[in-house]
Design a protein around this ligand. Structure first.
Ligand SMILES: [Ca+2]
Ligand SMILES: [Ca+2]
Ligand SMILES: [Ca+2]
Length: 507
């Protein structure tokens, strides 16, 4: 099959992250999450240390939860020294043990077997691949630019963002434009040096300015605000464990042959809050809101439940109200009755903290459930978890059609938003609606996915909440859902039967 003709099918196969299934009840493992009675955490850690000696690394990953428990990550030091699940389960204070479910970008974006793939491989072996296919968009972890003054002027590429006109966001900007508000983007990171994002990056006030010795707190190597993270100025990288949540992507060649991250988080961040009216590029739904970059999926498209939980914990610690979540976990295999309880527990904590959790409804094709997937019947997590602070977002196209790949669900999907051929920011000062664009090889695919739709809703939540600071998460969700514009493609397929309307929301 020709890749180009498959573009619709491949649409964002890579753009929603999904956890792969691993045996949940393996008797031995090297990487586990353990739920412990909170007061017993210290004694658990010390007795486990004694039991496992130096063969295990033990680290708490949540605060004490509403039920008095907390989650601890337990890893054996080497693959050959596995941990006995039974031994862990029988330890005093242990409530349950589960796998540290992987969360990863789907890899089926890669070229299927066939002539095109063979030709690329042949060229790679011959060393004749074009440089454009083997070059990273940008090297990892560039320095974090200091604060600067945003420019002024029209966003010259704004007209290419069909989703912004569809929502009539401009009419929603008559009042506030999301000033003073922060949205956390939990994803593959963000190109925080991008000209249209840099001035909207969140700056941790506790790591900004100078310390008592006159050194820049952003780079002094000290955890100045005592939140457990050193020099976390614009967010944190929970995948690489450093203070630069840069959106490192693989080369186009690697993406085509082996899969990986195509710069997903930077595209999502632009939809939330690319800087508006700065004389550059595009504008997000909330053009003056700040983006907190929380990277928990790496360049190969892999992350973990542990890293996702730490990112959510970080948002709570830093008082964030809205997070944008274009990723999925499938630790809820029907054969795995316990499911991803650790993820569920931290989502309940997020609900209790008064947050709004905006989630991509999921792309059925990438989840192995096929097109036209009804999440009432085949749920997609975290979007389909029943917590009332989640807004589950389907993808619609320019003509109000439901994206062919998009999940839907009369009770489990709330609303539609732009998610087909979405134009936004990409790594290294780029702007595009194409994930990959090599017409000379007949390889072209759009930025399509519920991954792209969710950030539009997160941006809308920021706009509304900035304007209504006394509102609760429930109020904001109700306002967004109540102002949805009905469209025929979502009749009976979403709670609202309709799509996001920033214009109606901000009236
Ligand atoms: Ca810190
Ligand atoms: Ca510091
Ligand atoms: Ca701009």
């Amino acid at each position: 099959m020709n890749f180009d003709s498959r573009a619709a099918a491949l649409i964002l196969s890579c753009l929603l992250t999904i956890a792969s299934h691993q045996p949940a009840h393996a008797s031995e493992a090297t990487n586990l999450l353990v739920k412990v009675h909170g007061p017993k955490t210290t004694s658990f850690v010390s007795s486990l240390s004694k039991l496992a000696g130096h063969s295990a690394q033990i680290s708490p990953i949540t605060q004490t939860l509403h039920d008095g428990t907390r989650w601890v990550a337990v890893k054996s030091a080497s693959k050959s020294r596995t941990l006995s699940v039974r031994a862990l389960q029988s330890m005093p204070g242990v409530v349950m043990v589960q796998p540290n479910y992987p969360i990863r970008l789907m890899h089926d974006f890669k070229l299927p077997k066939g002539a095109q793939r063979d030709a690329l491989q042949h060229q790679a072996e011959a060393g004749t691949l074009p440089v454009s296919l083997t070059t990273l968009a940008k090297a990892d972890n560039p320095a974090i630019p200091g604060p600067s003054t945003p420019g002024l002027g029209a966003d010259s590429l704004f007209s290419q963002q069909w989703g912004m006109s569809d929502n009539n966001v401009v009419s929603g900007w008559k009042g506030a434009q999301g000033e003073g508000f922060v949205v956390a983007v939990l994803d593959t990171g963000v190109d925080y040096t991008h000209e249209d994002l840099v001035d909207n990056m969140w700056r941790n006030p506790g790591e900004t300015g100078v310390d008592a010795s006159g050194n820049d707190m952003a780079t002094n190597g000290i955890d100045d605000d005592g939140n457990g993270y050193i020099d976390d100025v614009v967010g944190w990288d929970f995948a690489a464990n450093d203070n630069k949540p840069f959106d490192l992507s693989v080369t186009p060649f690697e993406l085509l042959l082996g899969g990986g991250n195509p710069g997903h988080g930077t595209h999502c961040a632009g939809n939330v809050a690319a800087r508006g009216d700065n004389g550059k590029g595009v504008a997000g739904v909330a053009p003056k809101t700040k983006i907190m970059a929380l990277r928990f999926i790496g360049e190969t498209g892999e992350g973990s439940t542990e890293a996702a939980i730490k990112a959510i914990e970080y948002t709570m610690k830093m008082g964030v109200k809205v997070s944008s979540n274009s990723w999925g976990s499938s630790g809820e295999d029907p054969e795995d009755a316990a499911g991803n309880q650790a993820l569920k527990d931290v989502l309940e904590a997020s609900r209790l903290a008064g947050q709004l959790f905006v989630a991509a409804a999921g792309n059925g094709d990438t989840m192995g459930v096929g097109y036209d997937n009804d999440t009432n019947a085949a749920p997609a997590y975290p979007a389909s978890y029943g917590y009332e602070h989640i807004i589950s977002v389907a993808a619609i196209d320019k003509g109000d059609g439901l994206g062919t790949f998009s999940n839907w669900g009369a009770k489990t999907v709330d609303i539609g938003a732009p998610g087909v051929a979405v134009f936004s920011t990409v790594v290294e000062n780029g702007y595009t609606d194409k994930v990959i664009d090599f017409p000379e090889f007949n390889i072209v695919a759009n930025w399509d996915g519920t991954s792209m739709a969710a950030p539009h809703v997160a941006g809308a939540a920021a706009l509304y909440w900035a304007d209504n600071p006394l509102a609760t998460a429930a109020d904001v969700k109700k306002a967004i859902l109540d102002s949805a514009k009905p469209i025929s493609s979502l009749q009976g397929k979403a709670v609202t039967n309709g799509k996001l309307s920033v214009e109606n929301l901000m009236k």
